[in-house]
Design a protein around this ligand. Structure first.
Ligand code: AMP
Ligand code: MG
Length: 424
């Protein structure tokens, strides 16, 4: 055994999560790279995007109808002279300046002519013989967005550090960006451990188990914009483990699975301690996932990479080997670190609420994240547990689409209660 000080008390889920978030806040993002606009989708923006023109670039009509002077509609119905027609994409004739008693037919997305201060919707009008009769008044400004009201030329549209979702991509496209600077994907080493674990290419013996954790983790890493680097399976043997852990520590983040429980052959913590690891917690009051380990190892000073921004540590997680524990603890703890390494402020965990279909009974003491199926429609979200054989049951988990969160102090959640749900 390593000679570490008396272990601190096991943190609650919230305490452990905060420890991770605090470390994530101090982490450096990876390098920047230029990519094509669509390749940037789901990546993290590394440069601000600035408006190259006003948004909108002209006073834009938001309705089909007639551009008017609102004051002309003080008495209704009003009859105005139609002096022009303005389509989207075509400028009004330069001489068109709306005078008292005049209106111009206008289409959605077209520039409002000078002199007009509102647009009346076509539904309230009827045009005959060059005159339009208007049955409803408008207030000044109605149905016109002034030039620059959404954003002024030169102002910041998108800040560095945001994840580029479809709306952000639309903004970048509107600013004429064919390429964007994003952060490189952090490299996340994945190391599965266990004498019984075999690679997919190997026909497993009767007591052997195929390595599924490396693949679920790789898929989760990819979904979080990381680059998984799969290492070979490590045997429960210190020298082999040390060699592969050392290799994994060269990545931006190392995820280990298995070998962190209290078993005689659970050597992961011991080997990490020998490599000089600093541990922030070695367990949390959750299930599945109680044995989770979080820490870091100092990086050797690299001569070739002398930049001041080079990280001083490689962080690691020792995730419990039970496949469902591995999946849940990734979502609960690894994601904020990966977000930070991607260059963004880690997203908060957000739970939604759904009505429990069938009662749940558990023991108190640990916060539980139990695989469940979320169904129902519109505002009537319903949820129920999937029947499972515990945290090794990947088949049941694959049928689930969320986790029900059971507080540590609850023994029974009755059917009909609104319960917290974590989307997987
Ligand atoms: P451990 O955390 O090493 O005690 O492993 C707990 C359980 O998870 C055992 O039943 C292992 O066989 C299983 N397990 C560990 N690693 C993997 C893996 N990479 N893929 C699938 N199952 C695993
Ligand atoms: Mg094991």
């Amino acid at each position: 055994m390593s000679s570490r000080a008396i272990p601190p008390p096991i943190p609650t889920f919230e305490q452990a999560r905060h420890v991770v978030e605090q470390h994530a806040a101090g982490m450096h993002a990876s390098e920047k790279q230029f990519v094509e606009l669509l390749e940037a989708a789901t990546r993290v923006l590394a440069e601000p995007v600035v408006a190259d023109r006003n948004f909108p670039p002209f006073a834009r009509a938001t309705r089909d109808g007639y551009a008017v002077r609102a004051a002309d509609l003080a008495r209704l119905p009003a009859s105005l002279k139609v002096v022009g027609e303005i389509k989207a994409g075509t400028a009004a004739s330069p001489s068109l300046h709306l005078q008292l008693g005049q209106a111009a037919a206008i289409m959605t997305g077209a520039p409002a002519p000078p002199g007009a201060d509102a647009v009346v919707m076509v539904e309230y009008t009827s045009e005959t013989g060059g005159m339009v009769e208007i049955a409803k008044g408008v207030s000044p400004g109605e149905n016109i967005v002034p030039a620059g009201a959404e954003a002024q030329r030169g102002s910041r549209l998108l800040a560095a550090g945001i994840r580029l979702d479809h709306a952000a991509i639309a903004v970048a496209a509107s600013a004429g960006k064919t390429h964007l600077q994003v952060y490189a994907k952090p490299r996340v080493a994945v190391l599965a451990t266990g004498d019984e674990i075999v690679e997919l290419e190997v026909l497993p013996g009767p007591t052997q188990i195929r390595n599924s954790n490396s693949y679920s983790l790789a898929a989760q890493i990819q979904a979080a914009s990381g680059e998984p680097v799969l290492l070979p399976v490590a045997a429960d043997e210190p020298n082999h483990l040390r060699e592969l852990i050392s290799e994994g520590l060269e990545a931006d983040l190392l995820l280990l699975t298995g070998g962190v429980s209290m078993g005689k052959h659970d050597l992961v913590e011991q080997v990490l301690a020998e490599l000089g690891a600093e541990f922030f917690f070695t367990g949390a009051l959750i299930r599945p996932g109680r044995p989770i380990v979080f820490g870091r190892v100092a990086r050797a000073a690299e001569s070739g990479r002398a930049s001041i921004a080079a990280p001083k540590h490689t962080y690691f997680f020792g995730l419990p080997g039970n496949p469902v524990s591995t999946m849940v603890t990734f979502e609960l703890f690894v994601r904020p670190v990966l977000d930070a390494l991607c260059g963004m402020t880690p997203r908060k965990l957000v739970f939604l609420y759904a009505k429990l279909k069938t009662e749940i009974r558990t023991k108190t003491g640990l916060k539980r994240f139990l695989p469940a199926v979320l169904s129902g429609e519109f505002e009537q979200a319903e949820v129920e547990l999937v029947p499972w054989q515990g945290s090794g049951d990947i088949v049941a988990t694959a049928r689930a689409n969320c986790y029900i969160v059971v507080p540590a102090d609850r023994e029974r959640l009755p059917a009909g209660e609104w319960v917290a749900v974590l989307k997987g």
